[in-house]
Design a protein around this ligand. Sequence first.
Ligand SMILES: [Zn+2]
Length: 375
Amino acid sequence: MWKGATTSMAEQSHRLSIMRSFYTALIGLTFIFHTDGVPWTEEKLRHSALTLSEDEIRAALSHTNLEQMWQRDLRPLLVTRYPGSAGSLAVQNHIKTTLASLEAGWEVTEDSFQSQTPYGPLPFTNLVATLNPSARRHLVLACHYDSKYYPPQWHGREFQGATDSAVPCAMMLELARALDEELKTQKNSSSNLTLQLIFFDGEEALFQWTATDSLYGSRHLAEKMEATPHPKGAKDTNQLHGIDLFVLLDLIGAPSPIFGNQFPSTTSWLSKLQDIEKRLHSMNQLVGHPNSVLYFWPDRPVGHILDDHIPFLHRGVKILHLIPYPFPAVWHTFDDNEENLDRPTIENLNKILQIFVLEYLNIRPSIPSNSQNAP
Ligand SMILES: [Zn+2]
């Protein structure tokens, strides 16, 4: 009986193992089909970025040019540009004409509205530039272009807001210009992923920071994007679902910035930036950069900082907040000006950000055919 039972158990166990193999194969097949059938809103959760080769990195960085960025992109931004000012309009035009001059063909939309402020109603305009409007998923780079308002009686000097946030906006324009060719090629591919640049108005409090006197532009745009079906005509998805990752740049341009980690959910992308910093360092691509890591510290926790990402964070968007902590010493003083900017830091961060965008968007720059023979 026991023996017979044992034989029968052996047979059963054999049958079980056949069934197990069958189910394993079935689960494997289901996984393949399931991967193909993943809802597009979940593709961002399993997105994998490229790692470019050294030749590809050198090719990618051959168009970035700090001097050109300074003259073309940054200088026109270094004016008084609080909401509704003449400088604000000039800066909006500067951003629009710069993007319009590029080959890639950016679609720029304006989000204009009026809001009550401590100084009465004022006009605000956010600018949203999308590389390929038919792609569902967007890697977003964002900055604020308004400068903090100082009443006339405080004016001994003009408040330039160079790090806050003329430089971050100029870095985004420089990125679009330097990677124009690569972005144009990617736009014409069948990729469902694209780049979006957001230039916010009204980040600064006009009088004193409160929930209603701050973040005018980002509060308005986050609400509007949540109410806008995406893709067009969708019933249960909106433009916020289309944001893979919201990368906010702020207070950049002073020497020795340290970018710590505010959001565990995007640690892998901060680690990616650190990894790029290490790779560019080892290739001698970074200026005045004595150690392999100076800027990006995914292991260094930082408390939450109030900024334009907040209205998006509260609606479930994944955030990478590139703001140094501690803040630059010149923050909200009249010394936040062109003379106090640190050129090597800006050049290095331009390069790191440009490689990050290419790797995230899975863009391989083409390597010039004669590069193997180059001395
Ligand atoms: Zn500020």
